[in-house]
Write a protein that binds this ligand. Structure first.
Ligand SMILES: Nc1ncnc2c1ncn2[C@@H]1O[C@H](COP(=O)(O)OP(=O)(O)OP(=O)(O)O)[C@@H](O)[C@H]1O
Ligand SMILES: [Mg+2]
Length: 308
């Protein structure tokens, strides 16, 4: 479902599992145990939410994925919905609701608060009633649950407070009335999130930039994908020694940039771009070197200009 028929603030509604949602979950490589823990937390709620609701400290159905840009947060949030939907499929389908947090700008005086209250109090429960399980993804949630203690009192104090209050109240109500509903949210700025929001999280995962082992795996995976299209790259895609050498030289790179490394190396010369089968380890190393150069030294004329 897409287009103008969607309720306000909803970017997409999908019935899962669906084959075309396969992929994202497997694409993200994390240190051992991280993905299992995310999936385990979502499954606990989807499968046993009603039973666990009677505990003195019940689940809130909130998973927060935090971390720097390009570390796979959005992909994991979308991916866990499909992975969980597959795991619970024998008990019924799952609705994935994709929320657009920018639909609730904090400068729109009481309007945002009313819209958030409607989203949480009406839209989400109505959507959750459609199928036995529901995963609500809120990407870049920092614009949604703004930390009240640091919200500027000059710009929009009352409204920010009310909007965040509305998110918390809405989330509590939804958690209580929809025990098989999970919110999976992402943020670059965990410190910008309201403390009471963070405190409700059943799981807070702070993804970091990939370590050397993970970098090697991401490089290998990206090359393996290319080898599906250009089979003569299979040797390079399987050469663990090359992957480790490249991984050692890419400290500080995020997953997004690592995935683009091979494409950048292919694009270095029109000849390899025309026939990517010509990609080799030397071109990959040269691409890393030129990226490092570009990062470390400003373009020659810029620095002179900036000093004046
Ligand atoms: N750990 C990883 N393993 C493999 N691929 C990764 C990893 N992290 C990121 N990527 C790749 O990088 C790209 C960007 O990922 P994604 O959009 O999920 O990152 P993000 O953390 O949401 O970034 P942003 O904060 O900028 O929104 C995707 O193509 C994804 O496959
Ligand atoms: Mg993202």
């Amino acid at each position: 479902m897409s287009g103008p028929a969607l309720p306000h603030g909803v970017r997409g509604i999908h019935a899962l599992p669906a084959e075309h949602h396969d992929g994202p979950w497997d694409a993200i490589i994390t240190p051992p145990g991280v993905k299992e823990r995310i999936l385990g937390t979502v499954l606990l709620r989807l499968l046993h939410g009603p039973r666990l609701a009677t505990l003195a400290g019940p689940l809130h159905g909130l998973v927060v994925l935090a971390g720097p840009p390009g570390t796979g947060k959005t992909t994991l949030a979308q991916g866990v919905a499909q992975a969980a939907a597959l795991a619970v499929a024998s008990r019924g389908a799952t609705t994935l609701v994709d929320i657009d947090p920018h639909a609730f700008p904090s400068d729109m005086l009481g309007e945002s608060q009313r819209n958030i209250s409607r989203l949480m109090g009406e839209t989400v429960p109505e959507l959750a009633a459609r199928r036995p399980h529901t995963v609500v993804v809120i990407d870049e949630v920092e614009s949604f649950a703004v930390r009240r203690s640091s919200a500027s009192f000059e710009t929009n104090p009352v409204d920010v407070h009310r909007a965040t209050d509305a998110v918390l109240a809405g989330m509590d109500a939804a958690a209580a009335s929809q025990p098989r509903l999970v919110f999976v949210v992402t943020t670059n700025f965990v410190d910008a999130l309201d403390e009471a929001f963070i405190s409700r999280a059943d799981l807070l995962v702070e993804l970091s930039l990939p370590d050397v082992e993970t970098r090697a795996c991401i490089i290998a995976d990206a090359l393996a994908e290319l080898a599906l299209h250009w089979p003569s790259l299979a040797g390079l895609a399987q050469d663990a020694e090359v992957h480790h050498g490249l991984a050692k030289r890419t400290e500080g790179w995020d997953g997004r940039r690592l995935r683009k490394l091979a494409l950048g190396a292919i694009a270095r010369t029109p000849a390899i771009a025309a026939d990517p089968s010509g990609l080799d380890a030397a071109a990959l190393e040269a691409e890393i070197d030129s990226y490092a150069l570009w990062r470390l030294s400003p373009p020659p004329n810029r620095s002179a200009e900036e000093e004046t």
